[in-house]
Design a protein around this ligand. Structure first.
Ligand code: GLA
Length: 702
C-alpha cells in the first residue's frame, strides 16, 4: 500500500513500513511495520538518509550516480519534480524484473541547469514484504552525457553497528555464508566476470539488533554492492547495481538508461527474512507454466558417462531410470557436432548421428516411448574455435582483432551484443528444442568473460550490451516454448540470480554433488532463494569432486532440500542400490508438494545442520538433520524444529520409530538425535556426514 500526504509517502507491506520524504529525496523510516498514524516529523533531524547522493555538493560518500553532465562537470543538483503513484508495475525495457499485482511510486528529479532527469521507482506487491526499486536517467539536455555509474538502489542505513553477510565462493563452492563486522570505510563485493558469478552472489544482508536488511539485484551480469560506514555521521550507506568497472555509457539527447531492478527487504531475524525472500522469488520472480507445477524427478547422464556414450548406453540408463521411477531423462553435453571432449564443437548445434543412434529425434522418441520426458543440454552463448561455426563465422566470437584471446575450458564466448549472433542463437537453439521435442532444457554457461569486444560497440558499454543481448535471446526462446521446463546452469551455480530466475524456474545449484559440500552450498543459497529453484542431484560415490563416500540415504536426504534428480550411471549400481533409489523416488513423489513448495527453514544444532520443509497448512513436514563431524565423548546432538503449529500435536517418525509430541515441544525443546553418531558408515569413512530424515504429521489440531 502506498499513501501520499504532501511530500511524505508511506509504503506499507504486510510487515514493514518505509516512509519517504520526496522533496528532499530522503527516507525517514524503514523497518518493522508502524501501525500508528502520525506525521513522522518526530523522525526528522537525524543525519540525512538519502535515496540519492549529491557528489560535489558536500556529500562525500559513495555516489549512486556518477554523471559527466551536459555542462561538462560531474555536478548535478536534482530538484524534486513530482511523485506519482501508478497502479501498474513500471516496465524496465530490455531487462527482466519482478511482476504481479501491486503499486508503484515514481519519484522524478530534474537537474534544472541541464534538464537531465532521474527517476526512482518503488514497487510494492499486495502479498510481499520485499520492495522492488529501480532507477532511470533521461537525458533531457541538448548534449551527450556520459554515465559512469547508475546504481539501482541507495539506502543510507541508520547506525554503523552492522554485521555484513555475503554469499561467496568459487566453482563448486558457491554461496558460502560469510560474515564480517562492518569497519570504518568502504566494503564492497562485486563481480567483474560478466556474470553474477560463483564468487559473489548479489544477495547480501546487513544485520544488527534491530533486525536484518537484505538486498538483491535482478541482473545476471557485473554487479557491485557497497557498504560505506560513516561512524561520525552515524550511518551506513548501501548501494547496489551494475558494477561501474569499465562502465561508461553515452546518452544522446532524449535517450534514457534504465538500471536493473533491485530488491530490498527487512525482517526481525534471518528466518523470517528468508521466508519473505522465498515468497517474493516464488511469487514475483519465477513465472510461466512451471511456476507452481511440481517438478519432475530427473536422471542426467553427465557424471554417469561424461562425453563417452552412444545410443545403447543412453537407452540403458534411461530404462533403468524409468524402472526406478524417474520422470525425465536429460541428455547432457556431448550429443552434437564432434563433441567427444570439451575442446570442440560448441556452436555446432546439429546432431551427432553416431552418438545419438540416428539423431536427437530418434533418441528422444525412444526415450519418450519408455514413458519418460526428454531433456537436452545446450550452451548457447559459447563457441569452440574447432567448430564449423567458428570456421564460417570467426567474427561471431568475442575477441579483439589482432590479439590472442583468453581461452577457458578451451572455449570462447559469442558476441551476444551483436544482433546477427543473437538471431543465430535463437534460430539454432529453437531448432534443437523443436526437432527433439524436448520437454526440458538445461541452459549452460561455462566460462567468465574476457576480451570483451564487438565491432561498433563502445568498450564502456560492452558488458551491459552483452547482457541486453543475452536477455533478448533467452526471452525469445523461452517465449517460443512456454511448456518447456528450463533449468539454468553456469558451471554449476555461477549465474544463479534473480535475473535468470525470471526465465528459468530452476537452476543447477553447484557442480559439487558431494552431500557434505551440498549441505553448506544449499544452506547458503537458501538465505535468499527458495528450494524450488535449487537443482539437487544424487550422484555416485566416491564423489567425483571430492572423493568422499556418503551413504545413498544421506545423499538422498540432502538432495530433498532442493529439486531432486540423479546424476549417475544406474547400470553400474547393485540391485539393492537400485531398489533403494526406487524407494527414494516413490517417497519423494509422495512428499514432493511439501518438499518443493512448502516453507523451508534452516535447522542448526551443535555440529548439526539441516532443514525442515513444512506444508503451507502446517500439517506435514519433512526434516533432514546432518551431523557433520563425530568426536569422541561429544554429547548426543540435538535439534529444534521450526515452522510447526505450536498448539497442534504431531506424529514424528524417524529410523522406524514413531512418537507423538506437541508442535511447541518439537520447536522449543531439544530433540536428541540419539544413535546418529554411532552409525557404522561413520567408522568407515571420516569424510561422510551422518544424516537422518524425520517425517512429521499433524495428528491433532491446536
Ligand atoms: C557444466 C555443468 C555440468 C555439465 C557440464 C557439461 O560444468 O555445470 O552439469 O553439464 O558443464 O559440459
Amino acid at each position: 500500500m502506498i499513501k501520499k500526504k504532501g511530500h511524505l509517502i508511506r509504503i506499507d507491506t504486510a510487515n514493514t513500513t518505509l516512509v519517504i520524504r520526496a522533496d528532499t529525496a530522503e527516507y525517514l523510516y524503514y523497518g518493522r511495520k508502524i501501525s500508528s498514524a502520525g506525521d513522522f516529523s518526530v523522525c526528522e533531524g537525524a543525519s540525512p538518509r538519502r535515496l540519492l547522493s549529491r557528489p560535489q555538493r558536500a556529500d562525500y560518500g559513495e555516489p549512486n550516480l556518477i554523471l559527466c553532465n551536459a555542462d561538462g562537470g560531474f555536478t548535478y543538483d536534482f530538484t524534486f519534480s513530482r511523485a506519482r503513484i501508478a497502479a501498474e508495475k513500471n516496465e524496465i525495457p530490455g531487462l527482466p524484473s519482478s511482476y504481479g499485482e501491486g503499486k508503484t511510486l515514481e519519484l522524478k528529479y530534474v537537474d534544472l541547469p541541464t534538464k537531465v532527469c532521474l527517476y526512482i521507482y518503488y514497487t510494492v506487491y499486495d502479498d510481499s514484504d520485499a520492495i522492488a526499486v529501480s532507477s532511470k536517467i533521461v537525458n533531457g539536455s541538448k548534449k551527450e552525457i556520459r554515465l559512469r555509474r547508475l546504481m539501482s538502489l541507495q539506502m543510507d542505513l541508520p547506525g554503523t553497528d552492522y554485521k555484513i553477510v555475503t554469499f561467496e565462493g568459487s566453482w563448486a563452492r558457491e554461496r558460502r555464508k560469510t560474515v564480517r563486522e562492518l569497519e570504518s570505510g568502504v566494503f564492497s563485493t562485486d563481480s567483474k566476470r560478466g556474470m553474477s558469478s560463483h564468487q559473489s552472489n548479489p544477495f547480501v544482508m546487513a544485520e544488527n539488533e534491530r533486525g536484518v536488511y537484505a538486498f538483491n539485484l535482478v541482473y545476471s551480469g557485473n554487479h557491485k554492492e557497497i557498504f560505506e560506514c560513516d561512524r561520525p555521521g552515524g550511518k551506513t550507506r548501501f548501494l547496489t547495481g551494475i558494477n561501474d568497472y569499465m562502465f561508461d555509457w553515452a546518452l544522446a539527447p532524449s535517450e534514457e538508461f534504465c538500471a536493473p531492478e533491485a530488491v530490498m527487504c527487512f525482517a526481525p531475524d534471518e528466518d523470517s527474512l528468508s521466508a519473505r525472500m522465498h515468497a517474493f522469488v516464488s511469487e514475483h520472480i519465477v513465472r510461466g507454466k512451471w511456476k507452481k507445477r511440481e517438478r519432475p524427478v530427473l536422471f542426467n547422464n553427465w557424471e554417469g558417462t561424461y562425453f563417452d556414450f552412444n545410443e545403447e548406453k543412453i537407452l540403458s540408463i534411461a530404462a533403468a531410470a524409468k524402472r526406478a521411477g524417474a520422470e525425465l531423462f536429460v541428455l547432457d553435453d556431448g550429443w552434437f557436432g564432434r563433441r567427444d571432449s570439451d575442446t570442440c564443437s560448441l556452436g555446432d548445434w546439429y546432431d551427432n548421428v553416431e552418438k545419438t543412434g540416428g539423431g536427437l529425434k530418434n533418441l528422444a522418441d525412444k526415450i519418450r516411448a519408455m514413458g519418460l520426458s526428454f531433456g537436452i543440454w545446450v550452451e548457447p552463448e559459447m563457441i569452440s574455435e574447432d567448430s564449423d561455426l567458428y570456421r564460417s563465422h570467426p567474427n561471431f566470437a568475442m575477441k579483439i582483432p589482432g590479439r590472442t584471446p583468453e581461452r577457458m575450458r578451451h572455449q570462447l564466448m559469442l558476441n551476444m551484443a551483436d544482433e546477427r549472433v543473437q538471431n543465430y542463437v535463437v534460430r539454432t537453439i529453437s531448432d534443437v528444442i523443436a526437432r527433439s521435442g524436448a520437454e526440458y532444457v538445461k541452459w549452460d554457461f561455462n566460462r567468465s568473460m574476457t576480451d570483451c569486444y564487438g565491432k561498433g560497440i563502445a568498450p564502456g558499454e560492452y558488458f551491459h550490451r552483452y547482457m541486453l543481448g543475452y536477455y533478448r535471446v533467452v526471452s525469445r526462446i523461452v517465449k517460443k516454448f512456454p511448456f518447456v521446463l528450463f533449468e539454468g546452469c553456469a558451471g554449476g551455480g555461477g549465474r544463479l540470480d534473480l535475473g535468470n530466475l525470471c526465465y528459468f524456474p530452476q537452476y543447477w545449484t553447484s557442480d559439487d554433488t558431494d552431500a557434505r559440500e551440498r549441505v553448506s552450498i544449499q544452506e547458503g543459497t537458501s538465505y535468499g532463494y527458495p528450494q524450488t529453484v535449487m537443482g539437487a542431484h544424487v550422484s555416485a560415490c566416491p564423489n567425483h569432486q571430492t572423493g568422499n563416500t556418503n551413504p545413498l540415504s544421506a545423499r538422498f536426504n540432502v538432495a530433498c532440500g532442493g529439486v531432486l534428480g540423479y546424476e549417475l550411471d544406474p547400470t553400474k549400481l547393485s540391485e539393492s542400490e537400485l531398489s533403494e533409489i526406487s524407494g527414494q523416488i516413490a517417497f519423494y513423489k509422495e512428499y514432493r508438494k511439501v518438499l518443493q513448495f512448502g516453507d523451508q527453514y534452516r535447522l542448526y544444532g551443535k555440529n548439526v545442520v539441516g532443514f525442515i520443509t513444512v506444508s503451507k497448512d502446517k500439517s506435514t513436514a519433512v526434516a533432514v538433520v546432518n551431523l557433520m563431524e563425530r568426536r569422541p565423548c561429544d554429547p548426543v546432538p540435538t535439534v529444534r524444529f521450526k515452522g510447526l503449529n505450536p498448539s497442534a500435536a504431531y506424529e514424528v517418525s524417524a529410523c522406524g520409530k514413531t512418537q507423538v509430541a506437541g508442535g511447541d515441544l518439537l520447536m522449543y525443546g531439544d530433540i536428541p538425535l540419539e544413535g546418529l553418531a554411532d552409525s557404522k558408515v561413520a567408522d568407515a569413512n571420516s569424510g561422510c556426514i551422518m544424516s537422518r530424515m524425520y517425517i512429521i504429521k499433524k495428528v491433532k489440531n491446536g
